[in-house]
Write a protein that binds this ligand. Structure first.
Ligand SMILES: Nc1ncnc2c1ncn2[C@@H]1O[C@H](COP(=O)(O)OP(=O)(O)OP(=O)(O)O)[C@@H](O)[C@H]1O
Ligand SMILES: [Mg+2]
Length: 504
């Protein structure tokens, strides 16, 4: 008989306001295995893991851990049973220090019963160093980039010394090199007998790290298989219920007139160090082109897009011209008026208003078209939004639902819809497919092709190199704020991009 698994979840059902999120789902996880949980946006992955973590109560079903039936009524019950969670939406307390975040709720004490800050500092420093992200743990979490915060989240789970760790899209904010470091940690954990449930939409990662894979679709269990016995076509078919002919549709660019010209653009870093986040960047973007921007964290790619959108006010130096006409864009409203749209890489803080409805978020940047001046008409809003909701297959109970109730990938689709609705001629897309499932990714690539065929131009940042290589007509590589290479479609390879991204 096979060894009793560490975790067995059976017959799990859950509905929210009458909508089934999970119907009879099962999952078993062996000791020392990395088990990937995959499925389209809204399939129920995070909900299943929130049930395991005690954050959501199940309607029906059983959880057996180490052979014993368990009822988790709160996150602390799951934690006490040796289950640690890294949630999809970061759960750090921003103003608290990194060390306090790592030890939140289980602060070490001195013999006299006081919080042992020295021990906290030492342990959290060691954990972050192990993750290859050394940082000053006494500074508040919010002082660090999303990527570093993500590593703090991982350190927090490691520090709990759990024997089952759930990672819900842990690499969505990480660059390639950082993700690779996380994988090393996962492999070490597996070597120590720790089990990991891993959620990701990135095919390469799933194949690189998993022992077995479980697929959910529309809240139902579709199958579980060792990764070696599940070729990618079959995995995708399990996920979307049909064959996807082409993940990256090929598009033939017919570059037209120049849309955007940037000369010697400089942006100071926000930390007052005097260092430049963007240091003399120049580029052109023509109608019908997709130009990829590649670089490691801190390379300045995102800041370059932010500056073009007027996020940082007046730039330190340099000039920008649209269709040959010099412009000075110091506010996002001016950028929108000039036909520029920016999808940021951080939908939680700058992309969406989480407490507002799906519909209001989607139309937020197009209000002038949603009714007579100063007025928003619901019919107009719906007429504006519905085509985009359909095209991106946004999965929501209703357009009036709070956007925070949507699955992570569906939130990203709403953010994308918001910007597409402004009918921009220059699209600045920073990680447009982050957290988006494989079926919708293919649709977004199709859409990008359609947009450029209509004469728009796209500047694309993505940490998924296969996506960058497949979609870009040209690739510009940045390192420490400077452009270090320009590669055309035929020259570009992962190796060349990485080489240019790492040296000055
Ligand atoms: N608190 C909630 N209130 C209402 N509906 C919810 C809530 N949490 C989840 N849902 C719904 O349950 C379904 C499953 O969502 P879940 O977050 O588990 O998806 P997911 O597989 O993690 O997707 P993604 O890959 O986009 O993160 C979705 O339709 C979602 O809208
Ligand atoms: Mg999720």
């Amino acid at each position: 008989m096979a060894e009793e698994p560490l975790l067995r979840m059976e017959g799990i059902c859950k509905s929210f306001h009458g909508v089934h999120a999970l119907r009879g789902v099962r999952l078993d996880v062996r000791r020392g295995e990395v088990h990937s949980l995959v499925g389209e946006n809204g399939a129920g992955k995070s909900t299943l893991m929130r049930i395991l973590g005690g954050a959501v109560t199940l309607d029906e079903g059983t959880i057996t851990l180490r052979g014993r039936g368990q009822v988790f009524r709160a996150p602390k019950d799951a934690e006490a049973a040796g289950v640690a969670m890294i949630h999809q939406e970061l759960s750090l307390v921003p103003p608290m220090s990194v060390a306090e975040n790592v030890f939140l709720g289980r602060e070490p004490r001195t013999r006299l019963g006081f919080v042992d800050y020295a021990a906290m500092r030492e342990h959290s420093e060691a954990l972050l160093a192990e993750l290859g992200t050394p940082c000053d743990v006494t500074r508040p979490a919010e002082a660090y980039s999303i990527a570093t915060q993500q590593m703090v989240e991982v350190a927090k789970a490691l520090g709990r010394e759990a024997d089952l760790i759930v990672m819900d899209e842990p690499t969505s904010a990480l660059a390639e090199a950082e993700a690779e470091r996380l994988f090393e940690v996962i492999r070490r954990l597996r070597g120590r007998g720790v089990s990991v449930v891993y959620i990701s939409h990135k095919m390469e990662e799933i194949y690189a790290i998993s022992d077995r894979v479980t697929v959910l679709r529309d809240g139902e269990w579709i199958g579980t298989a060792p990764v070696g016995e599940l070729p990618q076509e079959r995995l995708i078919e399990w996920m979307v219920g049909r064959k996807i002919e082409q993940l990256f549709p090929k598009h033939a660019a017919e570059p037209g007139a120049e849309l955007l010209r940037v000369d010697g653009l400089c942006v100071d870093t926000a930390d007052g160090s005097g260092r430049r986040a963007v240091d003399g960047a120049s580029l052109t973007l023509r109608a019908g082109e997709i130009v990829g921007l590649a670089g490691l964290r801190g390379s300045g790619c995102s800041e370059l897009l932010g500056a073009l959108f007027g996020r940082y006010g007046r730039v330190a130096a340099g000039s920008v011209a649209i269709r040959g006409r010099p412009v000075s864009i110091t506010r996002p409203a001016e950028a929108i008026a000039n036909g520029i749209a920016l999808l940021t890489n951080d939908r939680k803080t700058t992309g969406l208003v989480l407490s507002m409805s799906v519909l209001h978020n989607a139309t937020l940047a197009s209000l002038s078209r949603a009714g007579p001046p100063g007025c928003v008409l619901r019919d107009r809003e719906l007429a504006l939004a519905q085509p985009f909701m359909d095209m991106l297959s946004v999965r929501t109970a209703s357009v009036d639902a709070e956007v925070s109730a949507l699955s992570g990938g569906n939130q990203q689709k709403v953010a994308l819809a918001k910007w597409l609705m402004t009918e921009p001629s220059v699209l600045l897309l920073d990680e447009p497919t982050r957290g988006i499932d494989v079926g919708a990714k293919a649709e977004i690539y199709e859409l990008m092709n359609t947009l450029v065929a209509q004469g728009k131009g796209i500047l694309l940042i993505t940490s998924e190199l296969p996506e960058l290589l497949a979609m870009s007509d040209r690739i510009l590589v940045m390192h420490r704020g400077r452009m270090t290479a320009e590669l055309n479609r035929d020259e570009a390879t992962q190796e060349r991009i990485m080489a240019a991204a790492m040296e000055a």
